[in-house]
Design a protein around this ligand. Structure first.
Ligand SMILES: [Zn+2]
Length: 156
């Protein structure tokens, strides 16, 4: 028997201004995308922006439905849209942010299903996907790939 441990690494920034130009742009576009979320039930507007290897950016937001499971997270709206429109171009990064009912920016860490989808597209793209997450305290955390957010994900 062997007990093992997993180390999670990420970089924390104290403000959006500290991010690289590319990451700041991506997070800003995610902020903008959150405005168009369809979230009449949760009142929680999530915005997501996905950068492709050719520089194209595709955004998404959460789409809710009165039949709850029929809705979809902002991350998967953006990721599926990006890959549907640009099937042969890899994904390099993704940024996620939300605003609450009062319009205050807050964090929205991807759910397990979205993490699985990010992992799938890492495999498809053959590169790690940088993940930029706004946090409730205003800090931003950046992961250089999905491994730290979803170790032992489903794969075949
Ligand atoms: Zn999700």
């Amino acid at each position: 028997m062997t007990t093992k441990s997993i180390k999670i690494e990420y970089t924390e920034y104290e403000s959006v201004e500290q991010l690289s130009t590319d990451d700041k742009e991506l997070l800003t576009l995610a902020m903008n995308a959150s405005a168009n979320a369809y979230s009449p039930y949760s009142k929680f507007k999530v915005g997501c922006a996905v950068r492709l290897a050719n520089g194209t950016i595709v955004t998404g937001n959460n789409q809710e439905n009165i039949a709850y499971p029929s809705g979809l997270c902002a991350e998967r709206v953006a990721l599926f849209s990006a890959v549907a429109q640009h099937p042969n171009i890899g994904i390099t990064s993704i940024a996620i942010i939300a605003q609450n009912q009062d319009g205050k920016w807050c964090g929205a860490s991807p759910c397990g299903a979205c993490r699985q989808v990010i992992g799938e597209y890492e495999s498809k793209s053959k590169n790690k996907i940088k993940i930029v997450l706004y946090q409730n305290d205003g800090n931003i955390v950046v992961f250089d790939g999905i491994d730290s957010l979803l170790p032992f994900r489903f794969s075949m």
